[in-house]
Ligand binder design. Structure first.
Ligand SMILES: [Zn+2]
Length: 822
């Protein structure tokens, strides 16, 4: 292995002794450096990295005068930022039991209601010591989540088993997956002074190791360009933190929305899924290309999701050139192959080691804080986007195509002009063929094979006889095929089984978290799985005020490169990892939201897209609504119920054959409505009515459930003769229709400036009639049920009238007996 790769792997392993030490019955017998070195000596293929563990501390690295060890030490200090001043002090002790604090506990955002600067933070939450391959939430501090020797020993033994299993495919990429699996919830630093930690550790050992390796690799790349003879690197050169040695690079794809959604309904669900997935792979390919061209590793990929990438790179001509070239080559590809429908924007900012740490205090006047570095980068990227002519092309293309029917020589799916139009799929006699372009045909095939897709290859070479997709830079994408032999070079991407060490076949394989979730064949199929009316639901959601969370959420004195990186990793992780588990009904410590006694899991939905800070989901309409509540609740748990972090969304309910681009557009309007009502946001729009999540939840208890069931428990589900399911109304449909009419009347009175209460006489009459029916039916032996009384009070409460219509519509649709009843 090259000197550079050894350095990166050495950096990734330098603190592994912390895990070994905490798992040991006699932890104070040795230092963590010694524990780590001894452990590495046990594996033939890891022996050579033991020096990185043994000598990585400042004093020792300097004494040894081995330049590469000093590089790791310098990187370690920059990654750890805030703890440098204790690093030398051998007298500090450490405490195995201290758990990892969730960084979301630390975020303080002015939520708009409270005074500026007022803390939005909740009580601190911690992670139990577990592997990262299960989904769970941070919790309050209690005895069970403290780090016991047994818990550490279990993690260590899992890591040892996997390390052995991965030996033949051992490399930076595969090591990264294992470290993420076992060290994501292990605190990086548990030193205490005077019996108590100065502050709870909020950086995991995984993040610390990965970011140390990223910084090491930048230092190496930068210094080797200046001084190719490594042995000539002296202390002063290596530890220089004032020079601008780093680049933080942001890349972002524009035109994603039209590319994904501006397609016709023919074969839409498959195409939609494939288009979204294809863009993920394009992003991966862009990251791989930049890293490969600069000779960097995946440790330098700080973040990838939502069509955005962030990389940490050495500030060298080679890196800048790679960035420029990649942007150019990708855009040439998009122009030729995708009619310029998407475009790549790349911008970067140079910065110094000092600016990596919280800096306004430490670095003095001349140094920016890392927050300012990112702010400057954001401005550059915005400018870059505006400059690029491609944006104009996208606008024009979207306008020209609009919601029109495609012309003669246009692809019926994406509307591009093509002289290679062929039927999308086999069609029955008499059925009109869906003529489509080659890319749409390829994507349709990919869409069909996405379920359970375990492995993909990205390479330059074709393998004859297999179906591949074209990517930028002359690369090809190969979905898994049992028979195909792996092409030389390129990358193997492990999707569904990325946590299994056995799934990795070569050092170039890497694991990718992708939100796989699919429970339907097509829109019609999903719609038919609804309860009541067979309609389709579309949900769009995104995190409110992301800029404020990242820009000012971390307290100034703790702002650092590492914390921002951890925050973006964790945010993305919710959408990619937690969300699919929640929809399947399998998140530990959370019970799914349902209004019906009989709700099936996994939910009949399809994640079209989820990553970064937003999502787009389609599915059975009632499940879409319930899933929205699941997402809001679990996102709150995930972010420590921090009052300053929330998510808003919009739902559209429609027939399954309505044009998709129109549904996407209306859902976006609904989402924007939810976000525009007040500064604190935290809202959902359903059936055109916007309200706070909590208000909707309360209304479900007070209004929706009584419409469906006046007894105990959830709404009762009935099966019709043809097997369709629908909820049974507690009273007549006429009663529900009257409530809907009253709600509409209230709204229109309000709009015309009159008192909505003018609608109440009719409400009083409707309620009195219903009471008589309930008494006559002998419910509860003549007594009015508790739930009915709740409903009555809620109906006369004007505070409910902004969302009453949507609650009644919800009950109405749930109770429809399938299509024949509409
Ligand atoms: Zn097409």
């Amino acid at each position: 292995m090259s000197q550079f790769k050894d350095l990166v792997i050495g950096s990734l392993l330098h603190d592994i002794g912390k895990l070994v030490q905490r798992a040991d019955p006699n932890p104070s017998s040795k230092t963590h450096q010694q524990f780590g070195a001894d452990w590495l000596e046990e594996f033939d293929f890891l022996k050579k990295y033991s020096a990185y563990s043994l000598w990585h501390h400042t004093r020792e690295a300097r004494q040894e005068k081995v330049p590469l060890l000093m590089v790791v030490n310098a990187a370690d200090m920059l990654a750890a930022g805030e703890r440098t001043k204790h690093e030398e002090d051998a007298k500090t002790s450490w405490e195995r039991e201290i758990p990892l604090l969730s960084i979301f506990s630390k975020i303080r955002v002015d939520d708009g209601d409270s005074d500026p600067g007022e803390a939005s933070v909740s009580s601190p939450r911690y992670y139990p010591l577990k592997q990262a391959d299960t989904v769970f939430f941070p919790c309050h501090l209690h005895d069970e989540i403290k780090g016991t020797r047994e818990a550490y020993a279990a993690l260590l033994s899992g890591l040892e088993t996997d390390i052995r299993a991965i030996e033949r495919a051992f490399g930076v990429n595969t090591l990264l997956v294992l470290l993420e699996k076992y060290l994501s919830y292990v605190p990086g630093d548990t030193r205490v002074e005077g019996g108590a930690p100065e502050r709870d550790p909020d950086i995991s050992l995984f993040d610390h190791l990965k970011l140390t390796a990223a910084i090491s690799s930048c230092l190496y790349g930068y210094m080797i360009e200046k001084q190719p003879d490594v042995d000539g690197w002296d202390e002063e050169f290596i530890y220089d933190a004032a020079e601008k040695r780093y680049i933080v690079l942001d890349a972002d794809l524009s035109g994603i929305q039209p590319f994904i959604y501006n397609i016709s309904s023919k074969g839409a669900l498959r195409s939609l899924r494939a288009r979204s997935f294809y863009l993920e792979m394009v992003c991966e390919n862009i990251a791989n290309r930049i890293l490969h061209t600069c000779g960097l590793e995946r440790v330098n990929l700080i973040f990838s999701g939502g069509g955005r990438l962030r990389l940490l790179m050495p500030n060298t001509e080679k890196a800048r050139e790679a960035a420029r070239e990649t942007e150019k080559a990708a855009n040439a590809f998009f122009r030729d192959e995708l009619s310029g429908s998407i475009g790549l924007n790349v911008a970067w900012e140079e910065f110094a080691g000092l600016e990596m740490m919280r800096s306004s205090e430490q670095g003095g006047e001349s140094q920016r804080s890392y927050k300012k570095v990112l702010e400057d980068l954001r401005v550059k990227l915005e400018t870059r986007k505006k400059d690029r002519i491609i944006d104009e092309l996208i606008e024009r293309r979207f306008e020209m195509l609009g919601p029109f029917e495609p012309g003669e020589d246009e692809c019926r799916i994406c509307h591009c002009e093509s002289d290679e139009l062929e039927p999308l799929r086999e069609h029955a006699e008499g059925e009109e063929p869906v003529l489509s372009c080659p890319l749409c045909r390829d994507l349709y095939v990919l869409g069909g094979s996405l379920r359970g897709l375990e492995r993909l290859w990205m390479s330059e070479d074709e393998v004859s006889g297999y179906h591949s997709l074209r990517l930028p830079f002359g690369h090809l994408l190969w979905p898994k095929d049992e028979e195909a032999s792996e092409p030389e070079g390129g990358w193997g991407i492990v999707l569904d089984k990325r946590w299994d060490a056995d799934s990795y076949h070569s050092p170039n394989d890497y694991g990718l978290s992708y939100p796989h979730y699919r429970e339907g064949e097509d829109f019609e199929d999903l719609a038919e799985k609804s309860c009541g009316a067979h309609w389709l639901g579309i949900l769009r959601m995104d995190v409110d005020d992301l800029g404020r969370i990242f820009g000012g959420g971390i307290p100034e004195q703790e702002m650092s490169f590492t914390r921002i990186s951890v925050l973006s990793r964790l945010m993305n992780n919710y959408f990619r990892e937690v969300l699919p588990s929640v929809l399947r009904g399998g998140a530990e410590g959370y019970e799914n939201f349902t209004v019906l006694e009989d709700t099936r899991f996994p939910r009949p939905l399809e994640i079209v897209y989820a990553g970064g800070d937003d999502l787009f989901i389609v599915g059975a309409w009632n499940h879409i609504i319930e899933a929205a509540f699941d997402i809001r609740e679990t996102f709150a748990l995930y972010t420590c119920e921090n009052q300053g972090i929330h998510i808003s969304g919009g739902i559209v309910i429609s027939r399954h054959d309505h044009p998709l681009y129109d549904l996407a557009r209306i859902a976006e309007i609904a989402e924007n409505n939810a976000k525009s009502v007040d500064r604190s946001k935290d809202r959902i729009e359903i059936f055109g009515r916007t309200g706070k999540w909590q208000k909707y939840s309360r209304a479900v208890e007070q209004l929706l459930l009584p419409f469906l069931n006046l007894g105990e428990g959830k709404g009762v589900v009935k099966k019709t003769e043809n097997g369709n399911k629908h909820a049974e109304l507690a009273l007549s449909r006429a009663f529900l229709r009257n409530v809907m009419a009253i709600a509409r009347r209230y709204e229109s009175l309000q709009r015309s400036g009159e008192s909505g209460k003018l609608a109440f006489p009719y409400l009083a009459y409707t309620v009195a009639r219903a009471r008589e029916t309930i008494k006559k039916d002998g419910h509860n032996g003549g007594e009015l049920p508790e739930r009915w009384m709740t409903l009555e009070r809620a109906l006369f409460d004007i505070g409910n009238y902004d969302i009453l219509y949507s609650l009644a519509s919800w009950a109405d649709l749930l109770s429809r007996g399938g299509r024949t009843d509409e």
